[in-house]
Ligand binder design. Structure first.
Ligand code: S3P
Length: 433
């Protein structure tokens, strides 16, 4: 178990490269595995979560080769996976568990998925309910709505699912099962969640349509498919990882940092909207698109931030960035209100609680609410002993807080950053040289 010590920083300078997007990396392994032919992935995120996905598909007979700078997935076709001889270990990864449930529902063999303590306490009814209504046979082995999950063969029918939550994991699970169904499948969600599955399915040859309704709800629809076809994928940098360095450069006086190769898909870029609303000095350079996914280099200069309100449809586009936004808000002028974010309670930790307890430990003025938090800005932070609770986003958010705190901050079990950003501490050192 490693404890990291963070000292006050003087100014972040230079250029940094952001590692591959976690959501897109997972999907590239999954779709590559069930496509025909080889999928070549560059800038793949070798974080623990995505390695769990690789491990699971290898256990189902897929050859996945790691070459310098690229990953080759030798796809088995939509119906070519083979029965695993062992439990599929999904580690800490909700994306692996929920998206793979959709794929496993369409297989003709049984399988069991289980993960770590955090994963095995996260809600899985949200995918069990729609998938079983399609004809899948998924059971929670401890009958508590959580993993371990057993998936037994079933015959899938197309459904229209009205999802109660804006969740890309729920939407994706249903759409992936829809590939194996006997008719059209669609999901309507209360607000648009990240759309990487829809975009990647389209590029692999699936018949997918996406519709935004005037009331803000969104529908994605897929038709059953004979086969998908392997693709070349260059994964953009993860905006959720970039957010820590953008925040650091905004907060530490005298900073000027170029954060390179950041994915800017609008369903993920809510953090940039919030930065702009807070008066941040950020400029997007070298914008480009590939496979429907945008990317840009982001030039960040330290800025005087002002408070904002974050709510409604914006929440799904920045849900993973809320802990670091709370840290930014603690330094902004005025009161920041975050609402409509009850989903924070079912992440790797209850992030309303873990953000609140850590920000309070550093002297921040934060009040948790049922669906978010209220943060009084302009509060000087002091170094403190931070509990990561093994949540990578909590460890990284409070490491950045440590840069602007008076005195030393220690981060307990800091190795959990490996889940999404193994090079996080090395990069943090690099831009302080
Ligand atoms: C993810 C979707 C989000 C996000 C998670 C990754 C994905 O979860 O919080 O880190 O890759 O689809 P929900 O779908 O539960 O909102």
């Amino acid at each position: 178990m490693s404890v990291k010590t963070i000292c006050p920083a003087e100014g972040l300078k230079g250029e940094i490269n952001i590692p591959g997007d976690k959501s897109i990396s997972h999907r590239s392994i999954m779709l590559g595995s069930i496509a025909l032919g080889t999928t070549e992935i560059t800038h793949f995120l070798e974080g623990a979560d995505c390695l769990s996905t690789i491990d699971c598909f290898r256990k189902m007979g897929v050859t996945i080769e790691k070459k310098p700078g690229r990953i080759l997935v030798r796809g088995k076709g939509l119906r070519g996976l083979t029965a695993p001889t062992d439990t599929l270990n999904v580690g800490n990864s909700g994306t692996t568990t929920r998206l793979m449930s959709g794929i496993l529902s369409g297989q003709n063999f049984p399988s069991v998925m289980s993960g770590d303590e955090s994963l095995n306490s996260r809600p899985m009814k949200r995918i069990i309910t729609p998938l079983n209504s399609m004809g899948a046979h998924i059971t929670s082995l401890h009958d508590n709505g959580c993993a371990p999950l057993k998936v037994e063969p079933g015959v899938l029918h197309g459904i229209h699912y009205q999802s109660p939550v804006a969740s890309a994991q729920v939407k994706s699970a249903v759409l992936l099962a829809g590939l194996y169904a006997d008719g059209e499948t669609s999901v309507t969600e209360p607000a648009l969640s990240r759309n990487h599955t829809e975009l990647m399915l389209q590029s692999f040859g699936a018949d997918v349509t996406a519709i935004m309704h005037t009331d803000g709800t969104a529908t994605a629809q897929v038709n059953p498919c004979e086969e998908l076809f392997g693709q070349q994928i260059c994964v953009p940098g993860d905006i959720s990882s970039a957010a820590y360095f953008i925040a650091a450069a905004l907060l530490v006086p005298g900073s000027e940092l170029l954060v390179k190769n950041v994915g800017t898909n609008f369903t993920r870029a809510g953090f940039l909207e919030v930065c702009k609303a807070m008066g941040a000095d950020i400029t997007l350079l070298n914008q480009s698109y590939e496979g429907g996914e945008g990317r840009a280099d982001i030039l960040v200069r330290s800025s005087h931030l002002k408070a904002t309100t974050i709510e409604g449809d914006l929440i799904p586009a920045l849900i993973d960035e809320i802990p670091i936004i709370a840290v930014m808000a603690s330094q902004a002028e005025g009161t920041t209100v975050i609402k409509d974010a009850a989903e924070l309670k079912v992440k790797e930790t209850n992030r309303i609680d873990t953000t609140t307890s850590n920000l309070k430990a550093m002297g921040g003025n934060i009040t948790p609410t049922d669906d978010g938090m209220i943060i009084e800005g302009g509060t000087p932070l002091s170094g403190a002993h931070i509990q990561s609770f093994l949540d990578h986003r909590i460890a990284m958010a409070f490491s950045i807080a440590g840069l602007i705190a008076k005195g030393e901050t220690t981060i307990e079990e800091s190795q959990c950053v490996d889940v999404s950003y193994p090079e996080f501490y090395a990069t943090l050192e690099e831009c302080q040289k």
